[in-house]
Design a protein around this ligand. Structure first.
Ligand code: NDP
Ligand code: 2IT
Length: 449
């Protein structure tokens, strides 16, 4: 469908030709441009300065070969990427994803969304993202280490604590960050905060591991609060069982909810007594096993093969925390007919455009990824501050700052939605609020790039 503004639609059409083979990137851009219709109507200065035409084009893309030796001594080759999308408000910042589905389109969509997400945190971070089509699943620790060392050998030429600061994402957790950090330090002979999500013994921040999941629930709590509701006594379904999902479970449970279903890419579990996050931690973080082994711990639970059926489990609150486009229009229909009250995106772009429209039309509270999952990168920003000061804050201090940041993000998205004539539309509100700060910085800095 054309965007309801000729100028914005022209920018989109132009990009759709140039990036015809980048569907995820186009999907992410379309949503933002659609939100900016009332902004361009009020801000001819931004149009004149070409801010929107510039913001959809990455400042720099780095693509590189990553060759490494597997345990059998055979040569393996993967593709590495870093998209340095926008540095108007700070050094590029954003995670690295290691998953076989990674393409340039996926990294560009993630980098583009990161610009606005990072802006919403209120911290000085630009937008970037990177990764590889390497699959850590089934690899030995030694293979993961050799891959990370080879990946960082090239990446180290392009990043730095004041230039570009990567972190984790799908397939990149504490183990991978450790190997990446070790190799950067070896190559540059510098102990700096060049990565976030580091281990606590070498410059990591307390609460960074928990931050995305906790932040997701803090944001969902604000949404529910706007209707006089809370997590108390609610049935919660969380897709995924990785970093974001595990700590969303912990916080949702602490806030009085009951998490009855979780998944991985093979299937989902249902436990009407509530899923204990420490069991998932043991399965996924310690054993690196499949979620169906939950039945070995809780034999009364149920396992269903195939991950998408999770959205047919009746719940009050749905938190998609796995990956992009994991919840489509039909699945949104199941949630709506089962009476879902709130949906908050812990993953990046997990709901298809059809699903988002369905939730909004049904009056379901809907929190978009850029706002909902910004607690992870916000706490990365706090890790950077601690590294610069060469000191560390307590868990409570970091958690309290995270909670306040999530409240601020909710308030600014809600206020922008109101101001631009779409009250309650947090998708438009988050896009507009995130965009305006970056646009202002780009206006001040001139048009040389
Ligand atoms: P993890 O690698 O820790 O966990 C990913 C989870 O999602 C796993 O359970 C995985 O299942 C599942 N999953 C991954 N890909 C697919 C797929 N194609 N289909 C079905 N399930 C899939 O990643 P994170 O928890 O860190 O990331 C989850 C989401 O949250 C991503 O969208 C990420 O971009 C986003 N995010 C992460 C942040 C962070 O700080 N880590 C911050 C903000 C957003 P399996 O084990 O079977 O592969
Ligand atoms: O999508 C995201 O915001 C992340 N994966 C976290 C990025 C970061 O730099 O902490």
């Amino acid at each position: 469908m054309p965007i309801n503004n000729a100028y914005l639609n022209g920018i989109y059409e132009d990009l759709a030709v140039k990036s015809a083979h980048e569907p995820e990137f186009l999907q992410a851009v379309y949503e933002v441009l659609e939100s900016l219709v009332p902004v361009v109507e009020r801000r001819p200065d931004l149009v004149k300065a070409g801010v929107i035409k510039r913001i959809v084009e990455p400042e720099r893309i780095i693509q590189f070969r990553v060759s490494w030796l597997d345990d059998k001594g055979e040569v393996q080759v993967n593709r590495g990427y870093r998209v340095q999308f926008n540095s108007a408000i700070g050094p590029y910042k954003g995670g690295l994803r290691f998953h076989p589905s990674v393409t340039l389109s996926v990294i560009k969509f993630l980098g583009f969304e990161q610009i606005f997400k990072n802006s919403l945190t209120g911290l000085p971070m630009g937008g970037g993202k990177g990764g590889s089509d390497f699959d850590p699943k089934g690899k030995s620790d030694a293979e993961v280490m050799r891959f990370c060392q080879s990946f960082m050998t090239e990446l180290s030429k392009h990043i730095g604590p004041d230039t570009d600061v990567p972190a984790g994402d799908i397939g990149v957790g504490g183990r991978e960050i450790g190997y990446l950090f070790g190799q950067y330090k070896r190559l540059r002979n510098e102990f700096t905060g060049v990565l976030t999500g580091k281990g606590l013994s070498y410059g990591g921040s307390l609460a960074r591991t928990e931050a995305t999941g906790y932040g997701t629930c803090y944001f969902a709590g604000e949404m529910l609060g706007s209707r006089g509701e809370s997590f108390q006594g609610k049935r919660v379904v969380i897709s995924g069982s990785g970093n974001v999902a595990i700590y969303a479970n912990q916080k949702a449970t602490q806030l009085g909810g009951k998490v009855i279903a979780m998944s991985d890419s093979n299937g989902y579990i249902v436990d009407e007594n509530g899923i204990d996050y420490t069991v998932i931690q043991e399965i996924k973080e310690v054993r690196r096993d499949r979620i169906k082994t939950y039945l070995n711990y809780v034999p009364t639970a149920k396992y269903v093969e195939g991950c998408r059926g999770i959205w047919s489990v009746p719940c009050d609150i749905a938190l998609p925390c796995a990956t992009q486009n994991e919840l489509n229009g039909e699945e949104a229909g199941w949630l709506i007919s089962n009476g879902v009250m709130a949906v908050a995106e812990g993953a990046n772009m997990p709901c298809t455009p059809e699903a988002v429209t369905a939730f909004q039309n049904a009056g379901v509270l809907f929190g978009p990824a850029k706002a909902v999952n910004a607690g992870g990168v916000a706490t990365s920003g706090l890790e950077m501050s601690q590294n610069s000061q060469r000191l560390s804050w307590t868990f409570e201090e970091v958690d309290q700052k995270l909670h306040q940041i999530m409240k601020n993000i909710y308030a600014s998205a809600a206020a922008a939605a109101e101001e631009y004539g779409m009250p309650g539309n947090l998708v438009a509100g988050a896009n507009i609020a995130g965009f305006l700060k970056v646009a202002d910085a780009m206006m001040w800095q001139g048009i040389a790039y």
